[in-house]
Design a protein around this ligand. Sequence first.
Ligand SMILES: NC(=O)c1ccc[n+]([C@@H]2O[C@H](COP(=O)([O-])OP(=O)(O)OC[C@H]3O[C@@H](n4cnc5c(N)ncnc54)[C@H](O)[C@@H]3O)[C@@H](O)[C@H]2O)c1
Length: 392
Amino acid sequence: MTAPLMSLTWTDHVTGRQGFLVVDRLVRGVSSGGLRMREGCTLDEVAGLARGMTMKEALHYNPEGRYIPLGGAKGGIDCDPQDPGSYGLLVRYLRAMKPYIETFWTTGEDLGLTQDLVDRAAAEAGLVSSIQAVYPLLDNEATARRRLADAFAIEVDGIGLDELAGGCGVAESALAALDRAGVPYEGTRVAVQGLGTMGGATARFLARAGLTVVAVADIKGTIANPAGLDVEALLAARDAYGTVDRAALRSGDRELPGDAWLSAEAEVLVPAAVSYAIDITNQERITARWIVEAANMPVLPEAEQLLAARGVTVLPDVVVNSGTNAWWWWTLFGDIDADADEAFAHTRRSMRALVEQMLTRAEADGTTPRTAAHAIVADRLPVIAERFGWYR
Ligand SMILES: NC(=O)c1ccc[n+]([C@@H]2O[C@H](COP(=O)([O-])OP(=O)(O)OC[C@H]3O[C@@H](n4cnc5c(N)ncnc54)[C@H](O)[C@@H]3O)[C@@H](O)[C@H]2O)c1
């Protein structure tokens, strides 16, 4: 892995707050990576996430597909998304980043932001779209943009397709690992940290597959029920930030501290909120057999070593949560139509193939799945660079 192509720190002239952009790599002159907003966000964090995006793009490289991988990038703003001044800050950040977004950085929602908010702020900042840099790579821009807009308009049982594709991929990764281990879905318990875009959709797909969701945590704490939570009721009771209205809890549901999800009696843990959630100290409390990284960088490397040593398998973010990004591009480039069933089927097929490939390689090389995923990326990046080049 090389150093990032470009990294910058922006300082807001109004509040003094900082924002970051890291472009890890370009492919055909373009990079892809969401924008997060959280208090305490750092350039290092954004650089790690940008590198992860390069990997996610490379992992979905299909020589026969219409979607050709882009490079990886990420944006970050150091501010609490619930701060009253956060929207103005977002608009000013996007104004400052306009030249990059117009030419080589395609972006979208990530932690702390919704796509609606990014779209609204991007329009206010004078941008055509948060992904306009990719338009010159499309065969028929008008058709492609219409297809993506149509896909964004689709809702499935109260949740937008764009907010479901990623969680569909996370859930399918978990199911693929269970299948490989011969573990039935019924009776398998899940605990999730975060019930926003990723955590919410993952919980829905796992519950619908027959697993029992026994704990979910949001910013206010953990909600637990060993007999199983009513996932759909909790999803319907969320606000725009993924916080659950506690009035929706049923009689058997209990309210526990924020970190209780971690030690819930469950076979599968899904960290789907913040980075660095699992460290060397709190990993000791984990009794699960699998950790499925819906969030980006939730497990610290030293913690993963200790977990691996006691037989806990971490399915890594670069594979597991890559479905959202891939779905945007499959839809825009025309690998799939604006259709929920087609989107879920394609996501499931692709994620399963990727997870299988990763776990097979990990077994063959005697490594963790993450090391295996990185090895697959290392094989692919030169192939992509050779075929498409860094610059248009
Ligand atoms: N949204 C995407 O398309 C996408 C794609 C790939 C990866 N991710 C990653 O998934 C993670 C979550 O992103 P999202 O878009 O779902 O975020 P979101 O803002 O939609 O939801 C975040 C959820 O986490 C909860 N939360 C926040 N801080 C918490 C804490 N300290 N303890 C417990 N819960 C907490 C919030 O209450 C909310 O329920 C991030 O790491 C992000 O980088 C997101």
